[in-house]
Design a protein around this ligand. Structure first.
Ligand code: ADP
Ligand code: ASP
Ligand code: MG
Length: 411
């Protein structure tokens, strides 16, 4: 007997027929004698619909109200799945974040889970009940007001809900069921020749996720790594082995490059005519950090006249309006001449543990892109990845070219 957390994404619960199929899968696991907790996403498209409603009313909305609205999708899907399970004779009930409770910090829209009290759930699971937990949501109550507002965990956050539940329940496994049958060397929707990986290390998966492979939310991988949760990605629709996320020493094959990712969730900001003096970077990036905006790639040009320079950096697309607002308000303090936003960019990355011990990996990337006349705007590297920023229209071409260049195409 094992204790298992099963998570089902939006496409897996997109309509009643699919919810019934999910219920069958959960029931089978429970009938096999396992203790099962289920985490669900909203029905496919529902979160986008709710987000669009908020944006239509006000592009720069109060993020606490945003959370209250967009968390609603999971309330519906968890209730529906509980009903479907009851119809199959399984004792089940739905749980919202605040009912468990799943506590979070107050960073509404992308809150972090701070603690989960799983005592009640564990007792009920031992007694044979299946909790159906609304993913993506929690209760923000750490602040001075302690009013307890609903918080959401950022897009794709149900993965993190699932891993956090697995950790809190000390589950033997966390199975992430989705619309692909595992983690591939690149997004299989873009690269037809992408290969399914039998296993991938936590470190590589962390990079893949944070650099755009949305099959798992980055924080879910971080959390799995920290709490040693056994994580696998599987298909909701086919009974085939998925991809296991493993420790480095558990992985048999060790490629130099294990995956290529792209992220369209980027926007580039260039500040032209920035005074070239000590402390300028802190003046620019401090307020962005205070506003909860993650700055990613940064380039500062060499100053030709010793007085002014240009500073280019990227922020998440969804934060561009907030970033330009913050910087416009500071234009006098910083003293730049012009701010140029550019939304027409994509970040392409190659990832692999093997890069640590191989030279020439970056050169192969630059050469392959050059041969296709793709101009590189910004470059950033770490021990196990290289990222470049290019114009968005080259997304598919760049990903496919690099997939072939590193010998990842399946034959
Ligand atoms: P869910 O709704 O189940 O959470 P998501 O849409 O969030 O599903 O994630 C699954 C999607 O991730 C796939 O449909 C696929 O297009 C995309 N994806 C991107 N990169 C990869 C990759 N390297 N391997 C597998 N899937 C990927
Ligand atoms: N429903 C949320 C979203 O679409 C959370 C998730 O699916 O993981 O982002
Ligand atoms: Mg997802």
């Amino acid at each position: 007997m094992a204790r298992i957390v099963q998570k089902f994404g939006g496409t897996s619960v997109r309509d009643i027929a699919h919810i019934r199929r999910v219920a069958e899968r959960v029931a089978a696991e429970a009938r096999a004698g396992n203790e099962v907790a289920v985490v669900v996403s909203a029905m496919a498209g529902e979160t986008n619909r709710l987000v669009d409603l908020c944006t239509e009313i006000s592009p720069l909305h109060d993020t606490r109200e945003y959370d209250s609205i967009v968390a609603a999708g999971e309330q519906v899907s968890s209730g529906l799945l509980a009903l479907a399970l009851q119809q199959l004779g399984v004792t089940a009930r739905s749980w919202l974040g605040w009912q468990i409770p799943v506590l979070t910090d107050e960073m509404h829209g992308k809150a972090r889970i701070t603690s989960i009290d799983a005592t009640e759930l564990r007792q009920r699971m031992t007694a044979g009940e299946v909790p159906v937990i609304a993913g993506f949501q929690g209760l923000a109550c750490g602040g001075p007001s302690r009013h307890g507002r609903i918080a959401t965990l950022g897009r794709g956050g149900s993965d993190t809900s699932a891993v956090a539940m697995a950790a809190a329940l000390q589950a033997d496994r966390c199975d992430i069921y989705t619309d692909v049958d595992g983690v591939y060397t690149a997004d299989p929707r873009i690269v037809r020749r992408a290969r399914k990986l039998q296993a991938i290390t936590y470190e590589e998966m962390l990079e893949m996720a944070s650099l755009g492979a949305k099959v798992l939310q980055t924080r879910s991988v971080e959390m799995a790594m920290k709490h040693r949760v056994r994580l696998q990605v599987l298909s909701s629709f086919a009974d085939v082995p998925g991809t296991l996320i493993v420790d480095e020493d558990e992985k048999v094959e060790q490629e130099v490059v294990s995956g290529i990712t792209y992220s369209r969730d980027e926007a580039k900001v260039t500040l032209i005519g920035v005074p070239d003096r000590p402390g300028i970077a802190a003046t620019i990036f401090g307020p962005l950090a205070d506003a909860g905006i993650n700055v990613d790639m940064i380039v500062q040009n060499v100053s030709e006249d010793g007085r002014t320079t240009d500073m280019t950096f990227t922020v998440p697309h969804s934060d561009l309006a907030r970033a330009t607002d913050a910087l416009t308000a500071l234009s006098e303090t910083i003293g730049y001449a012009r701010l140029v936003p550019d939304e027409n960019v994509v970040k392409i990355s190659v990832i692999g543990m093997g890069m640590r011990s191989h030279a020439g990996v970056a050169q192969r990337m630059f050469k392959a892109l050059a041969e296709n006349a793709i101009n590189i705007q910004v470059i950033s590297t770490s021990e196990i990845k290289i990222s470049v920023l290019v114009a968005e229209q080259y997304t598919e071409l760049a990903v496919r070219t690099l997939h072939s260049a590193y010998g990842l195409d399946h034959l």
